[in-house]
Design a protein around this ligand. Structure first.
Ligand SMILES: Nc1ncnc2c1ncn2[C@@H]1O[C@H](COP(=O)(O)OP(=O)(O)OP(=O)(O)O)[C@@H](O)[C@H]1O
Ligand SMILES: [Mg+2]
Length: 333
């Protein structure tokens, strides 16, 4: 037998036509993608898109109805233990033992995964340092802040020397500063430890620095590529306007019917370019209370792929326009 040239190209994760149904809900609909070794790969999708279902299948705790998923070449159903040993996992739901100390939580995990005592101690100290919890080692987990608990869960996922890290919404519900800090660790894990990282999120701004982004919605893959390529291929330039009155709204919708991409609450999003902005201002400049130009972004990629916003813009817009008077208010650009 000759050395197989395909060996080095085995993807870290392979998902091939995986489907999963819960009763009448088709949570995953023949999803396929590969994650390369050492890649930082983001799964981006709104609530209910199927992200956690996919993470559970990759974690070997849920079997797909059909299709194949492999972790480091091991089938998650037929070789679940082998697959599991290569993975570090941070679940969406918190899963620490609140009564144990930080160090005890890590030690217990090491014991479960059969990490020898001396190595366990070394790994625990190394990982505590990495997530900056060394000073908290002997505190009970219950006393940590939400951000610290998340950092402890990331450290725990790495005690058994896993090479692929699955993170399901590691930053959900955390403040912006804590979210940035957690992303700092994620980038370090990829760069310094050479880990493959698969992370789910519904915060679009978080995936800008990932190697590739897989956009999923209703259990289907809509697009997979680098953030730049996605922006170039699917991003639209938008003009978002909030008409001053119902009549203004009706007139804008009628005049530019072929440009309307989306309507959210009081806002209308129009397909745009520089020439169109000037035209619009000349015609309706005094008939809107807010106007925002939006360059192609992952937000507009998501909008053009799904026809929906990922985040709740209606609430954003209500907040933004609450400060404006009625007709002829100041414009935001
Ligand atoms: N145990 C379950 N029983 C029934 N339906 C489920 C179950 N788990 C998930 N679902 C449904 O499957 C779909 C996908 O859910 P999933 O949790 O995978 O989505 P998600 O992308 O992780 O969402 P979120 O952003 O809210 O975490 C949803 O419609 C959800 O309601
Ligand atoms: Mg989820």
């Amino acid at each position: 037998m000759t050395d197989s040239p395909t060996l080095s190209t085995t993807p870290a994760i392979r998902v091939d036509a995986v489907s999963k149904r819960y009763g009448r809900t088709l949570a995953l609909d023949e999803i396929s993608f590969d994650v390369r070794e050492r890649e930082l790969f983001a799964l981006l999708g709104p609530n209910g898109a199927g992200k956690t279902t996919l993470m559970h299948i990759l974690s070997t705790i849920l079997a797909p109805d059909s299709g194949v998923a492999e972790v480091a070449g091991s089938d998650v159903v037929r070789a679940a233990l082998e697959a599991r040993s290569r993975l570090g996992i941070v679940f969406q739901e918190p899963s620490l033992d609140d009564r144990l100390t930080v160090r005890e939580n890590l030690n217990l995990h090491g014991l479960v995964f059969g990490v020898p005592r001396k190595l366990r101690k070394e790994r625990i100290d190394e990982m505590l340092a990495l997530v900056e919890l060394t000073d908290w080692a002997d505190k009970t987990a219950r006393t940590l802040s939400s951000g610290m608990k998340r950092r402890l869960e990331i450290a725990r996922a790495l005690i058994h020397d896993s090479e692929i890290l699955l993170l399901d919404e590691p930053t959900v519900g955390l403040d912006a500063q804590t979210r940035n800090r957690i992303w700092g660790y994620i980038h370090r894990l990829q760069a310094e430890l050479g880990l493959t990282v698969v992370v789910t999120t519904h915060y679009i701004e978080e995936v800008e620095n990932c190697d590739r982004v897989c956009i999923i919605d209703h259990g289907k893959v809509l697009a997979i590529d680098t953030p730049d390529t996605l922006r170039n291929a699917h991003g639209q330039q938008l003009l978002r306007v909030v008409p001053a009155t119902d009549q203004d709204r009706a007139d804008i919708l009628q005049r530019y019917a072929d440009r309307v991409v989306h309507r959210t609450g009081p806002e209308i999003a129009l397909n745009s370019d520089e020439a169109f902005v000037a035209t619009f201002l000349a015609e309706f400049g005094t008939r809107v209370v807010a106007l925002t130009k939006e360059v192609p972004s992952l937000e507009t990629v998501f909008l053009s792929l799904t026809g929906r916003e990922l985040r709740d813009r209606a609430a954003d817009v209500r907040e933004r326009t609450a400060a404006f008077g009625r007709r002829g208010g100041e414009h935001t650009r």
